[in-house]
Design a binder for this molecule. Sequence first.
Ligand code: URA
Length: 268
Amino acid sequence: MDKALKSVLDWWDAAGVDAPNITLPLKTKPTTHTQTKSLSQTTNVPPSSNKPKTPIKLGPENPLSATPILDAAPIAASAKTLAELRIAISKYDAGILSSRARQCVFARGNPEADVMIIGEAPGKDEDIAGQPFVGREGQFLDSMMASIGLTDELVYMTTIFNWRLPQSRNPKLEEIDVCRPFIKRHIELKSPKVILLVGAVSLTALTGLTGVMQNRGQWQTIEVGGTDIPALPIYHPSLLLKQPALKKDAWRDLLELRSKLLALNDMP
Ligand code: URA
């Protein structure tokens, strides 16, 4: 049996679902992306500054806290394309946040896709590969998406943090603040129709809400560059792998996402 199909059937089985006959009439878009162009062109971009701003202290345990961390906002704003943003982030020194990482992990998938999936931070496998969601959790996420017809070319994936955090620990709120300008600009340049907030960190970073248990499956709105984008919080695959009983809720959330996409695609 085809490997991808088998992983989808396994996922359905684990979620307690009788394999339904689902075919999503979602289209892959052409390679040109005029909306991205016009959004970035109309953005009022302040010039990037190389001068250190007020140092952002990340805590006394941070051995690099003496190093000033540049304000990411003007650097992010000066990027006009996804390619420029990738370069800007990979050159950015986020002190302790980026100092232990092998490389910057930017995104994978189709930049033209309607769905932008935003996770937390790269893990060990992603740090090595330089791509988000390629380890066990990523493979599981792929099978979740495939279960509603969202194959690789229909999604675009990134993370709030573009570096593996030291010891893959959970980030602090002030660390999220440091990196938020990059993910906001990433969303603006990508201009997805729908965002999937995968896990608690992306929920908090982009909506200010806490508690993925309370907020999963409930549509939120993320405003970037004057555009409101619907965003659905879902459980992180790492949680689902630890607590398989939650897969039933996750399946409901996936169906909710599927309904939204079908509704959006019906629009002229
Ligand atoms: N968890 C995430 O949130 N992102 C990754 O890329 C890997 C694990």
